[in-house]
Ligand binder design. Structure first.
Ligand SMILES: *Cc1c(COP(=O)(O)O)cnc(C)c1O
Length: 398
């Protein structure tokens, strides 16, 4: 047995590898510098170019580029008309903005539990969360795998709910052959550097619904319209007239960032292909190891493999997740844990949420680790990760 680096052995690799990172190439840099030399840094033509490209890719009618994935979620909630008194059902394990956006609207997030194998929101749990106050569902495509679209759509139709998909992880994924972007009523994306494509900060909402689109346009730009046809008063006052019609925000994305995204979109399919190759390498290596399991993929889903989750099986391991994580770090493989169930954050506990609310999510959380996966990784990098995992598993095998 190899001596673990955490106990003074030799690490499997010299350089630390992290769980995710962007890939910017010279074309991306050229696209950005071109905008920097142009007339418009924001509010110019690049925004529309990117939105059109995103629409074409996901085959949606409309897209609105916004300043972050969090802004996308907030805009979607506003467009859905979420208000104080409303309840919105949210996946228990997600990054907190999936639920914070509900609080921004003065409404109440209600956390639904997860499927123990796919780690995605469980439609049965959604049903149990529904009350007369329920207005929408925010379902998160954890790790890139689309949620159970068919069942969630059925529930939304039955109870007249708005379906918002948090697709921060899943640009490039599809369900039943249809790209993520039109599966829900509104789809929210993030372009943070660890996501499939990046603009440093950035996000977008896609939809096929004209009404939502019009409201998204208002919300992300001060609740303001320049469109004469949409004006409530004095449309002919003069060409300068802009009109604020609701309370909105400045959630615009700049031309500099949109140009970067348009350039990144050229490699989106390649990024996804490469992520899948690496994930397949992991799948093959981990298939016989009973000390860990991986996220189950449903037949309908084709995932972009945003993050690769392993779940430690404590029955067969003599270490804690923390010890496993520390041992991996010492091997120079930096894992991560995504995510603490939202309602276990101190802020949510202060609001009255209690541990035990979603027992399956809490159980999943205790054992999961995110291992490195990003398109710029080499096969050797992936093999180092596999080597480190096998080494640590072997050491702690019961
Ligand atoms: C990244 C992320 C967000 C928020 O995106 P930002 O662009 O960082 O604001 C929301 N939900 C999930 C699941 C995410 O991973």
């Amino acid at each position: 047995m190899e001596k673990l680096a955490v106990f003074g052995g030799r690490p499997v690799r010299k350089e630390k590898i992290f769980y995710g990172r962007q890939w910017i190439d010279e074309n991306d840099i050229a696209a950005v510098t071109k905008v920097l030399r142009s007339d418009f840094l924001t509010g110019g033509p690049e925004v529309g170019v990117f939105e059109k490209k995103l629409c074409d890719y996901v085959e949606s009618k409309y897209a609105v580029a916004v300043s972050s994935g969090t802004a996308a979620l907030h805009c979607a909630c506003m467009a859905a008309g979420i208000e104080p008194g409303d309840e919105v059902i949210v996946s228990a394990i997600t990054f907190m903005p999936s639920a914070n956006c509900v609080l921004y609207c003065g409404a109440t997030p209600v956390f639904a539990d997860l499927d123990p194998e796919t780690f995605n929101i469980d439609p049965e749990s959604i049903r149990k969360c529904i009350t007369p106050k329920t207005k929408a569902i925010i379902a998160v495509d954890l790790g890139g795998q689309p949620v159970n679209i068919r069942e969630i759509r059925k529930i939304c139709d039955e109870f007249n709910l708005i379906f918002i998909e948090d697709a921060a992880h899943s640009l490039g994924s599809s369900y039943d052959g249809k790209k993520v972007g039109t599966l829900a009523d509104m789809t929210c994306m993030s372009f943070h550097p660890v996501k499939t494509i990046t603009s440093a900060e950035g996000g977008a909402v896609t939809t096929n619904n004209r009404e939502y689109y019009d409201r998204l346009l208002l919300v992300h730009n001060h609740g303001m319209t320049k469109n004469k046809e949409l004006m409530i008063e004095n449309a002919d006052e003069g060409p300068w007239r802009v009109e604020q019609q609701m309370l909105g925000y400045n959630y615009r994305l700049s031309d500099v960032q949109c140009a970067l995204l348009t350039s990144q979109m050229n490699r989106l399919d390649y990024f996804v292909t490469r992520r899948k190759e690496l994930a397949a390498r992991y799948d093959g290596a981990f298939s016989g190891i009973k000390e860990l399991s991986v996220q189950k993929q449903i037949d309908e889903a084709d995932t972009c493999c945003h993050i690769y989750l392993i779940r430690l099986n404590e029955r067969y391991l003599s270490c804690t997740r923390r010890e496993f994580y520390d041992a991996m770090s010492a091997e120079n493989v930096q894992c991560h844990v995504q995510y603490l169930p939202v309602y276990l954050h101190p802020y949510y506990k202060k609001l009255g949420y209690k541990p035990g609310l979603c027992p399956i999510a809490e159980d999943i959380y205790e054992g999961i680790l995110t291992i490195p996966l990003y398109p710029k990784m080499t096969n050797q990098d992936a093999d180092d990760v596999i080597h480190a995992i096998k080494k640590v598993v072997e050491y702690y095998r019961k």
